[in-house]
Design a protein around this ligand. Structure first.
Ligand code: TRP
Length: 333
């Protein structure tokens, strides 16, 4: 690990919300594997973030395991990187409290995700939902993080992390490194296959609206075939063509071809042909991940052993930072 120290440090987290969909994969997770080549990566299953909504305890345990298996299937390597469960490393909750004292009520009130989530779920607007970005800041700042790969929807959270870190540093000296967000270039917003004006979402009651990483090949093909398009029958971008544009974005993210290139590739072809190609591209992306995931879920002992090692390494690093923070403030005499 010592030779890795000079590499830029990447930190990212994902909530164990049960099942990953294509939006997660193309939005952020695709980068997680690639980033390991040139960085030292620390990846966390952020289970403390997921308890802002009620979960069944047994189900939550399963979702955490599934998330770990999926990340390993995606190519997160226990040899190169650290993979751990947030709640197992107590520094996260500890630093979160401290940072909350350096975060303004007004700043948290302006977070669009808080406004969204609280208006959608008015019967449980808990304080955890409100201070969610502070815990996220703690996650990131504990590890001297340089880069944070996330979806576009997390920009505001990265920004507030920087604000909090700078504020702390201005008082106590250079304690925290100021991290930067890394955002996907294409398909950072994969749209619903049933309503291309809405984001593809795991909670959509219409199962045909989304593609899950665990979908079998024929299900993937069926969903793509059923995807809502328009009657113009031309594969190009344009007003009223959100459905086709979404499929183009998905195809582009799977094949690394540009949208211009896709327009010329499919000039004169019909939607049926295009959808078949999109389905093929998706299947070649998802099939190997899905099969690897199934294998890992049959070998939970291995998954747990990876998480245990990850926990130990994460504790080692984060406890050093916790000590620095406490000393800076004048705590822990
Ligand atoms: N809020 C992030 C999301 O919903 C998850 C997250 C929690 C995270 N802590 C993090 C992402 C730290 C990056 C870094 O996607």
């Amino acid at each position: 690990m010592s030779s890795d120290i000079k590499k830029p440090i990447v930190f990212s987290g994902i909530q164990p919300t049960g099942g990953f969909q294509l939006g997660n994969l193309l939005g952020a997770l695709k980068n997680w594997e690639l980033l390991q080549r040139e960085n030292f990566c620390i990846y966390s299953i952020v289970d403390l973030h997921s308890i802002t909504v009620r979960n069944d305890p047994e189900e939550l345990k399963l979702k955490i395991t599934e998330a770990a298996a999926m990340l390993l299937a995606l190519g997160v390597s226990p040899e190169k990187s650290i993979l751990f469960i947030q709640s197992q490393v107590s520094s996260h909750a500890e630093l979160s409290w401290i940072l909350s004292c350096y975060t303004q009520f007004g700043e948290l009130s302006r977070m669009t995700q808080f406004k969204d989530k609280s208006s959608k779920n008015p019967e449980n607007v808990n304080a955890g939902l409100f201070t969610y970005p502070v815990l996220m800041a703690a996650d990131i700042l504990l590890y001297n993080t340089d880069l944070v790969p996330v979806g576009d929807d997390q920009r505001q959270h990265i920004e507030i992390t920087r604000v909090i870190a700078n504020r702390f540093n201005n008082i106590y000296g250079d304690v925290f490194k100021i991290p930067e967000g890394v955002y996907p270039k294409v398909a950072s917003r994969v749209m619903s296959l049933a309503d291309p004006k809405a984001k593809m979402s795991k909670s959509d009651p219409n199962k045909n609206a989304r593609i899950m990483m665990t979908d079998e090949n024929d299900a993937i093909r069926k969903k793509v075939r059923r995807a809502v398009t328009d009657s113009d029958n031309q594969i190009r971008r344009g007003i009223g063509k959100e459905g086709i544009e979404n499929l183009m974005e998905i195809y582009s993210a799977c094949t690394n071809k540009s949208l211009d290139c896709i327009e010329s590739e499919f000039a004169g072809k019909n939607y049926g042909e295009f959808k078949n190609q999109v389905a093929d591209a998706l299947i070649s992306l998802i099939e190997p991940l899905r099969e690897k995931y199934k294998e890992l879920m049959k070998d939970k002992k291995y998954v747990f052993s990876v998480l245990k090692t990850g926990k130990e390494k994460a504790m080692e690093i984060s406890e050093v930072m916790m000590k620095r923070v406490n000393e800076a403030i004048g705590l822990g005499l």
